[in-house]
Design a binder for this molecule. Structure first.
Ligand SMILES: Nc1ncnc2c1ncn2[C@@H]1O[C@H](COP(=O)(O)OP(=O)(O)OP(=O)(O)O)[C@@H](O)[C@H]1O
Ligand SMILES: [Mg+2]
Length: 508
């Protein structure tokens, strides 16, 4: 393995302790600049080992025995009378991943490094290959303690779905916007996919200013499901309480309306459906039919239906294009759930027929749409999301689930996400849930979670060869609106009211 002089600079020497070095763990005396979390190489005459610094311990023989320190300190200050600084040293504890061959292949270590083996810097090339970063990958951040961009292969990151999990304010949406930037700016020859984003808080709209041609915003209140797609089966998915005889009657009336519309080339509306059902109820003696009218009224109140689909879902997914469904102004929770249900089922069907390009659907606040323990009508899109989670990878339909409450998120969906990016989490229930549902999440990862800062993350699973801790990169464009603090929001609110009052006074 050829390395530059700098990479051969000695960082430390392996020491022998009671049960180390072994094939998994070793300690070394630090002789250079070494940081916790840094990757290093250990070289003895036979092998080159790759390892990570788990922890650093500071030691000094002047301060080893408490009673001696106590006795001395009663009369003098030890540090000013003895050359204590010269006896400071640092010991590093390392986890050994294995040995690497000349071809940069990682192999399991079958024998431990020798005490006295030298510890040296790892080159960028070895580290990239070891962690599985690629040059045409998505650049989502920088590796802690190394000057290396975390560039993840598109398929490895998304094909088998991604979950971004962390407590509120840890930086999930920021990271998501970095991923979107990478997907939008991707070159055609590297493979571009369509991005469909369920934006619950309207916090991604700023993309339209920075990437006007690649971004489309669809306001939730303008979204319309075509009446021709309506069926008793869908009605049963969306609204509780419909009985089998009611379903039968509903389909009869709907078919009648559809046939008339076809014959007369005239669209029908939900009002027509309502009138028909009303008529049926008036003349029918059957008890079961009685509530159908109310169900249709509930459906109408959602304001989600029209003769044709809006927008036309076949048109909205394009390679390298971001389509934001802004649900922030919708107050009706059921309407939001139905939109996500309709979108996930329809887009997946269209993708299976190859009518739209490969795409990823990003679901913010995923625990509200795919709730683990919920009544069916409080988690309307759950089954559809789970279907994409199970089958999407075969068809190029990927999922990104973002959640601050992993405990509440469907375990089926979560366990199908083969990559997890986890940021700060302090709740032990959420930590345990992640440990159980994600492969590769070990104690080391779990213990790191409460100490992560905003914008720091660990990526675990399919996307990289080993769990990697990194800092999310800065976004190229800034979302000015998102950056207002509570104080600024409060001031802005009152200023707007003052301005309004002044305008009214001036008008009067
Ligand atoms: N990598 C980063 N660099 C700079 N600022 C960041 C970074 N990550 C997050 N922030 C800032 O921290 C704040 C919270 O981030 P963000 O909105 O992404 O959190 P979140 O995890 O999505 O929270 P919530 O669960 O409430 O939606 C924002 O003001 C954001 O701009
Ligand atoms: Mg967020």
């Amino acid at each position: 393995m050829k390395e530059s002089g700098q990479e051969n600079a000695i960082l430390g020497k392996i020491i022998s302790t009671n049960d180390t070095p072994n094939t998994n763990e070793c300690f070394f005396v630090v002789l250079g600049d070494v940081k916790k979390g840094q990757y290093i190489l250990i070289k003895d005459e036979k092998d080159v080992y790759i390892a990570i610094v788990n922890e650093l311990f500071s030691a000094n023989k002047y301060f080893e025995r408490p009673e001696t320190v106590m006795d001395y300190e009663k009369v003098i200050d030890i540090t000013s009378h003895f050359p204590t600084n010269e006896w400071n040293y640092i010991i590093a504890n390392c986890r050994i991943f294995g040995t690497i061959t000349e071809e940069l292949k990682l192999e399991r270590a079958f024998s431990p490094p020798k005490p006295g083996a030298k510890v040296v810097k790892i080159s960028e090339q070895i580290l990239k290959s070891f962690l599985g970063f690629v040059d045409d990958g998505l650049n989502i951040g920088n590796l802690n303690n190394h000057n290396l961009e975390v560039k993840i292969d598109l398929s490895r990151l998304l094909q088998k779905h991604l979950a971004i999990l962390a407590m509120s304010g840890a930086g999930k949406s920021y990271l998501m916007s970095v991923i979107i930037e990478e997907l939008i700016n991707r070159k055609k020859e590297n493979g571009r996919i369509g991005i469909v984003l369920i934006d619950v808080h309207g916090e991604y709209k700023f993309f339209k200013h920075s990437y006007p041609t690649q971004t489309e915003i669809i306001e939730g209140e303008k979204f319309r499901i075509p009446l021709k797609k309506l069926s008793s089966h869908l009605l049963n998915e969306w609204i509780e309480g419909i009985t089998v005889p009611q379903m039968r009657e509903f389909d009869n009336i709907l078919n009648e309306l559809k046939n008339t519309a076809k014959k007369e080339l005239k669209p029908f509306s939900l009002n027509d459906l309502e009138v028909k059902i009303n008529e049926l109820e008036a003349k029918s003696q059957k008890k079961e039919i009685k509530n159908l009218y109310q169900i249709i009224k509930n459906l109408k109140a959602l304001k989600l239906f029209a003769f044709s689909e809006k927008p036309n879902l076949k048109e909205i997914v394009k390679p390298g294009k971001l389509t934001i469904f802004d649900l922030s102004k919708l107050t009706n929770d059921r309407a939001k759930q139905i939109i996500v249900h309709y979108l996930s089922t329809t887009l997946f069907k269209l993708r299976k027929k190859e009518r739209i390009p490969p795409f990823v659907i990003v679901i913010e606040e995923a625990h509200n749409f795919a709730k683990e323990k919920a009544h069916k009508y409080n988690a309307i899109p759950k089954a559809a999301i789970e279907t994409i989670a199970r089958e999407g990878r075969k068809f190029g339909a990927s999922l990104i689930l973002i959640s601050q409450r992993p405990v509440k998120l469907s375990t089926t969906a979560l366990s199908q996400c083969n990559t997890h990016i986890i940021m700060r989490i302090s709740n032990p229930f959420d930590q345990r849930h992640i440990e159980e549902s994600a492969e590769g999440v070990d104690n080391y990862v779990i213990n790191s979670l409460p100490n992560l800062h905003v914008g720091e993350a660990i990526i675990v699973g399919e996307a990289t060869n080993f769990p990697v801790m990194f800092k999310v990169r800065r976004r190229h464009v800034e979302n000015k609106k998102n950056e207002l603090s509570l104080k600024e929001l409060a001031i802005k609110y009152e200023q707007e009211i003052d301005k309004f009052n002044k305008d009214v006074e001036a008008f009067i």
